[in-house]
Design a protein around this ligand. Structure first.
Ligand SMILES: Nc1ccn([C@@H]2O[C@H](COP(=O)(O)O)[C@@H](O)[C@H]2O)c(=O)n1
Ligand SMILES: C[C@@]1(CO)OP(=O)(O)OP(=O)(O)OC[C@H]1O
Length: 161
């Protein structure tokens, strides 16, 4: 069986916050604002997995009104989401994500992001693709006001490898 899910998330870029994307802290003059650590990439991956499982979204499982998730490590949240997939017998088929940001430059950090994500999802790194694009200085991402990320995930179970 195959289950496919997609995710999309946006966080505002502000001064005085760390810029944590894909579990990697990236040097930048601004960071992402959120109730949690605001890791926009890990949020969209979590949402894609929850979508594939027909379990709603991360806001449903980890509400931003709950003090328990204040400054939460999004990697911990992703691992909790992955437990839900494993409980249902799934493993990762593949995952493809895009970070939409004018800056900072993501390319130097993408191999580390892939390692972090693959490890959390107990998969070989070859099953995980992360890429980045600018919006050619257009829109809120182009003006550096925020960063968006989107993801599609394919989960598999009861299939030959
Ligand atoms: N924040 C970003 C955005 C882009 N990249 C890399 O640069 C390439 C060119 O980007 P365009 O938006 O001009 O197509 C893109 O393919 C990425 O490899 C990046 O590292 N960080
Ligand atoms: C992760 C949660 C919970 O701390 O907070 P935020 O960091 O604000 O992120 P968002 O993408 O709005 O999604 C869900 C929230 O419930």
């Amino acid at each position: 069986m195959i289950a496919v899910g997609q995710g999309f998330d946006v966080h505002q870029l502000v001064k005085g916050r760390p810029c944590i994307i894909g579990g990697v802290t990236i040097p930048h003059e601004k960071g992402l604002l959120g109730h949690s650590d605001a890791d926009v990439l890990l949020h969209t991956i979590s949402d894609a997995i929850l979508g594939a499982l027909a379990l709603g979204d991360i806001g449903r499982h980890f509400p931003d009104t709950d003090p328990a998730f204040k400054d939460a490590d999004s990697l911990v949240l992703l691992k909790r989401v992955w437990e839900m997939a494993k409980e249902r017998g799934y493993r990762l088929g593949n995952l493809d994500a895009t970070i939409i940001a004018q800056k900072p430059k993501m390319a130097p950090y993408i191999p580390q992001m892939v390692e972090v994500i693959a490890s959390a999802l107990e998969a070989q790194p070859e099953r995980v693709n992360v890429k980045a694009t600018t919006t050619e200085q257009l829109g809120f991402t182009g003006r550096g006001e925020g960063i968006a990320a989107q993801c599609i995930v394919c989960l598999v179970k009861d299939m030959l490898r």
